[in-house]
Design a protein around this ligand. Structure first.
Ligand SMILES: C[S@@+](CC[C@H](N)C(=O)[O-])C[C@H]1O[C@@H](n2cnc3c(N)ncnc32)[C@H](O)[C@@H]1O
Ligand code: SF4
Length: 470
């Protein structure tokens, strides 16, 4: 990546459109809606049993969602519940236990777990006892492999050093935490006041306790951020030197998250300034020795994500970029999304309903999508682009038994003006993102999205569905 991205303003205006982030393909809004063809939640147990029997030795990923946070950050787009009630957490933990018992009954727990992620909300909003009880309950059912990646998301404002020490004792080796921005005026505007000391102290405690990898999240596009102010946030982050950095573009989706309206949108940087902020940040992290993995992630060279990027095995799913390509993912907890036996499945997002359903029948799956061969082909192409910055046509042809240029004739035609704008290079056997294409990779992926094409043909806008690409 060059240190400066020079993008004509006119180009910027055209590409600052709304597009999916492709943590799944098809994206959840495009999952089959026709009730006759749609995934039936009652078949989830069969899917799990098939996955357990047919691929008994293949490792899986496991995800557990703990939705609670003490306070709501105004920018937050995650599935969160704002509560300090211990009773509510206890009820939820019991429901998760019911879900675990259900999973055990399908035999899926016999598959080795290669990756475990505990996400939220803020899992460390649980007490020490609750954290230990929940994790022990998971460990007593599932077998983790020896080198399993075990990670957790925490909020430095509520996470204690005792919690981090306990997590390390339980086997956690990776910790991820939000910073968002170090500037006090930005923090005030997003209602997330977190001192630099809080962040530094938790990272030091994590390292001292034995966490081998620290990830921090930053967001650009928030009120009062400027090029100069965000440069300071980046410099402080580089000084802390986490193994991984996620630099998210603020997803403004007030039609789904109405609390985002409480922020002053007039004070948010415009598309042009955001591009400058992003380009400056890429340059600063690169100069500091970080590898740019694409879209919104950086990692130090020895980190597994960088190694995966180097050998082309980077993957992307609901957790963002991961090293586990092609893994089935069993997800536990309210609103969580998994992928089992070629099918995406999602648990209900309403907490009381999640609790009631797991109590009644053990699972709270309420929708899903079984991928067709075409979905799998297009997903492979989009993932390849999002993860490796390129599409190796010959590899896709080999793996899916197609003629690339023939199958994607229309898409290749649509990529021509995008190539003329300098986002992508079209070669005989290769489609390769350029530097500016790395930033706008969602725009390059969209032509391969059959559902977006249908959406356009129906006259359905993307506005009000997906966040902006810039
Ligand atoms: C689920 S949160 C968990 C982290 C933890 N609760 C905390 O806040 O420190 C993971 C990350 O998602 C990112 N995030 C949340 N809402 C976002 C939004 N609207 N746009 C972009 N990133 C967002 C934030 O960077 C946050 O740290
Ligand atoms: S950003 Fe983190 S702490 Fe803030 S509301 Fe979202 S999940 Fe909770």
């Amino acid at each position: 990546m060059t240190s400066r991205l020079e993008v004509p303003k006119e180009l910027l205006a055209r590409y600052a459109t709304s597009a999916p982030r492709y943590t799944s393909y098809p994206t959840a809004v495009d999952w089959e809606k026709d009730p006759a063809k749609a995934f039936q939640p009652a078949s989830y147990a069969d899917r799990l049993s098939t996955a357990a029997e047919e691929r008994s030795d293949e490792p899986i990923s496991l995800y557990t969602h703990v939705p609670y946070c003490a306070e709501l950050c105004l920018f937050c787009g995650c599935n969160v519940q704002i509560s300090r009630s211990d009773e509510r957490r206890e009820r939820y933990l019991k429901a998760v236990d019911d879900e675990l018992t259900f999973l055990e009954s399908t035999g899926i727990h016999r598959r080795p777990v290669q990756q475990f992620h505990w996400g939220g909300g803020t899992p460390t909003s649980l007490t020490l006892t609750q954290l230990e009880r929940l994790f022990t309950s998971i460990m007593s059912r599932f077998k983790f492999t020896k080198g399993a990646e075990v990670s957790i998301e925490v909020d430095p404002r509520v996470t204690t050093h005792e919690q981090v020490e306990l997590l390390c004792k339980l086997g956690f080796g990776r910790i991820s935490m939000g910073i968002q921005d170090f500037q006090p005026d930005v923090q005030k505007a997003i209602k997330r006041v977190q001192s630099e000391e809080q962040t530094r102290s938790l990272i030091a405690a994590s390292r001292a306790a034995g966490m081998s990898s620290v990830n921090v999240d930053l967001i650009y596009g928030l009120p009062h951020q400027t090029r100069a102010s965000f440069r300071e946030t980046v410099e402080k982050t580089i000084d802390i030197r986490p193994e991984r950095v996620a630099l998210f573009h603020y997803a403004h989706v007030p039609w789904m998250k109405s609390h985002q309206n409480a922020m002053d949108s007039e004070a948010m940087p415009g598309a042009e300034e955001k591009l400058d902020i992003f380009a400056d940040s890429i340059a600063a992290f690169s100069q500091a020795g970080y590898v740019y993995l694409g879209l919104d992630h950086f990692a130090l060279p020895g980190d597994e994500l960088s190694l995966a990027a180097e050998n082309g095995s980077l993957h992307r799913n609901f957790m963002g970029y991961t090293t586990q390509r092609g893994r089935e993912m069993v997800s536990i907890g309210v609103s969580s999304i998994g992928e089992v036996d070629g099918t995406y499945v999602q648990n209900i997002a309403n907490e009381p309903e999640y609790v009631a359903l797991t109590e009644e029948r053990g699972y709270a799956t309420y929708r899903g999508h079984t991928m067709s061969a075409t979905d799998k082909l297009r997903r492979d192409v989009i993932l390849e682009l999002m993860c490796n910055g390129r599409i190796d046509k010959l590899r896709i042809q080999r793996d899916h038994g197609i003629d690339f240029d023939e199958t994607f004739a229309l898409e290749l035609q649509e990529l021509e003006p995008i190539a003329a704008d300098g986002l992508v290079k079209l070669e005989a056997d290769l489609i390769q993102l350029t530097d500016i294409g790395q930033v706008l990779m969602r725009n390059v992926a969209v032509p391969f999205d059959r559902y977006m094409r249908e959406r356009k043909a129906r006259g359905d806008g993307t506005q009000g569905t997906f966040s902006k690409t810039l």
